[in-house]
Design a protein around this ligand. Structure first.
Ligand SMILES: [Zn+2]
Length: 299
């Protein structure tokens, strides 16, 4: 279900490309399970639910989509593994719920090039999502991605290769729809990107700042609210985990001082919240929450 928010005079929508089970050790990295299972209870296979959210912004410069979810190019085997059986056009369906078509999107900001963020950037030109000709999902949009992240994604190593799939961006580069940028970008007077290294080298977060209010789409700089509460909690997915801690230290200070609304991209329980002074230091006070899907069956 999409959520519609107002930040000053800017209207935006949180869309969801779906919930699927992932190994709890991925998001919680080196944190002992005894500690993180207080945040989210895994099932017998150590799996926890993960959401895949995008942000849609109605801006002065047109309609802006931040990240594109897993998309519909996954094979039957991958769909089964990720619990996406029978699922197609999920993000496009969410877009329709708030009144838009893919052709209405003017700009797509790719926060980084991992499969669960750019999988929906392109699609197969077939009605049943079987492999065919690759097409941009958003035919009229300019897409932007960071140069360092594109370099990393284009020449992955043994550890990073599994999540980088050139079919998600190659045709966008070939038809000049993907603009490769370097560093923070000013998009409109109220919207900008901010580089948050750690998860990837040039991860880009998105800020909306208007009439004294602010929203930060954190992307994988902090994908669960619990990671904002505890600096040391860093996902196993992060390429530079110690840098992630320094990035979070900087973010925490800024969002606390500005009472910024935070959007968590993968948290199955906390969709949005603000950092406040709690009994044990700064902690996220949730605003929009969801009941997590929990599969209690083992095996
Ligand atoms: Zn990622």
């Amino acid at each position: 279900m999409p959520y519609t928010l107002q930040v000053g005079s800017v209207r935006c929508h949180i869309l969801n490309d779906g919930l699927h089970p992932v190994d709890g050790g991925g998001f919680f990295g080196v944190v002992p399970r005894l500690l993180w299972q207080r945040v989210i209870q895994p099932n017998g296979d150590n799996m926890i639910p993960s959401d895949t959210r995008s942000l849609l912004i109605e801006s002065d410069a047109g309609l802006i989509l931040v990240d594109t979810g897993n998309g519909d190019k996954l094979t039957g085997k991958d769909r089964q593994r990720m619990n996406f059986v029978g699922r197609t056009d999920r993000l496009v369906g969410e877009l329709a719920k708030v009144g838009y078509k893919p052709s209405d999107v003017d700009l797509v900001i790719l926060t980084h090039l991992h499969g669960d963020h750019v999988g929906g950037a392109t699609r197969w030109d077939t009605p049943d999502h079987t492999p065919g000709q690759l097409m941009p999902t958003f035919p009229n949009a300019r897409y932007i991605a960071q140069r360092l992240d594109l370099a990393e994604a284009s020449f992955p190593n043994e550890r990073t290769t599994a999540t980088f799939h050139a079919e998600n961006w190659e045709i966008l580069l070939a038809n000049k729809q993907l603009e490769v940028v370097d560093g923070p970008q000013r998009i409109t007077a109220s919207i900008r990107t901010d580089i948050a290294p750690g998860h990837t080298e040039a991860l880009q977060m998105v800020w909306i700042e208007d009439k004294g209010e602010s929203l930060l789409f954190l992307t994988d700089a902090c994908n669960w609210a619990a990671h904002m509460n505890r600096l040391a909690w860093v996902p196993a997915f992060d390429i530079f985990p110690l840098t992630s801690i320094e990035t979070k230290r900087r973010i925490r200070q800024e969002v606390f001082e500005r009472a910024t609304l935070l959007v968590f991209q993968h948290d199955a329980q906390v969709v949005t919240g603000r950092l406040v002074q709690g009994e044990r230091g700064l902690e996220v006070k949730p605003e929009i929450t969801e009941e997590a899907w929990v599969d209690s069956s083992a095996g």
